[in-house]
Write a new protein. Structure first.
Length: 248
């Protein structure tokens, strides 16, 4: 069977569909690209291949929604989150170089399902929020982003526990993940992990991901928050379960 970017046609179709679905979920919820894309794409691309493709495409995907998000976000909190992330991210990437690809797949799926369970149960942090805590949350996100490609769960769970408008929460998560993409791309380049095939595939995947982000952003309406979250939860659960190595 002919291959494109080192992938079979059916395998490439799965990766393209994952990029589009991840974009739709992120467009209307502010998160979800990695949670949807990685469980589906890692069996096809491997851990680092999936991470690089995700990072490249994810830089372009959120572009239609950046300007409105920038007007809403608390920029000081965003800086603290990215600072903590920049410190802890290389530690997570180092750990990733020491584990087997199958372990990575299990970690991605179980982390996605764990976050989903916590969100559905409505578990929330009720204490005071300090500047140091915001930086520490960014650090936790950076470590998880490096070791499992999932920087979102720590930030998502933290911000969904705060008494903020849903549009502000969505903007903060969206911009943090956008900043994370540049950080991890820089670190992966420093590790000599970038290849022409994975970068090229990431650029191709940016097209369906951008279309998904646009569609999700167009669908977003704060008045129907519950519907959007429910839809995002279903997509994330299906992707996480399908990505388990149990299925081959």
């Amino acid at each position: 069977m002919p291959e494109v970017f080192g992938q079979s046609i059916p395998g490439l179709a799965v990766v393209l569909a994952a990029a589009f679905l991840g974009g739709v979920v992120r467009g209307f919820s502010g998160f979800g690209t990695a949670l949807v894309f990685l469980p589906l794409a890692t069996p096809q691309l491997g851990p680092f291949g999936a991470l690089i493709a995700l990072t490249i495409m994810d830089i372009f995907g959120p572009l239609p929604n950046l300007r409105p998000a920038w007007r809403l976000v608390d920029r000081r909190d965003l800086f603290r989150l990215l600072l903590g992330c920049a410190v802890a991210l290389p530690v997570g990437l180092w750990v990733l170089t020491r584990i087997e690809p199958e372990v990575f797949r299990y970690a991605v799926s179980f982390l996605a399902l764990l976050m989903l369970t916590i969100l559905i149960l409505g578990m929330r942090y009720q204490g005071q929020v300090s500047r140091t805590m915001v930086t520490a949350i960014g650090g936790a996100a950076g470590f998880l982003g490096g070791v499992a490609g999932l920087p979102g769960p720590a930030v998502i769970l933290f911000y969904m526990s705060r008494p903020l408008p849903v549009a502000v929460i969505r903007a903060t998560i969206l911009l943090f993940l956008f900043g994370f993409d540049f950080l991890i791309l820089g670190y992966l380049g420093g590790m000599d992990r970038l290849t022409l095939a994975t970068v090229g595939l990431g650029l191709v995947l940016a097209l369906p991901n951008l279309a998904g982000n646009w569609l999700g952003g167009w669908l977003f309406n704060p008045e129907h928050e519950a519907r959007y979250r429910a839809a995002a939860y279903v997509v994330i659960a299906l992707a996480a379960l399908s990505g388990l190595p149990l299925w081959g």
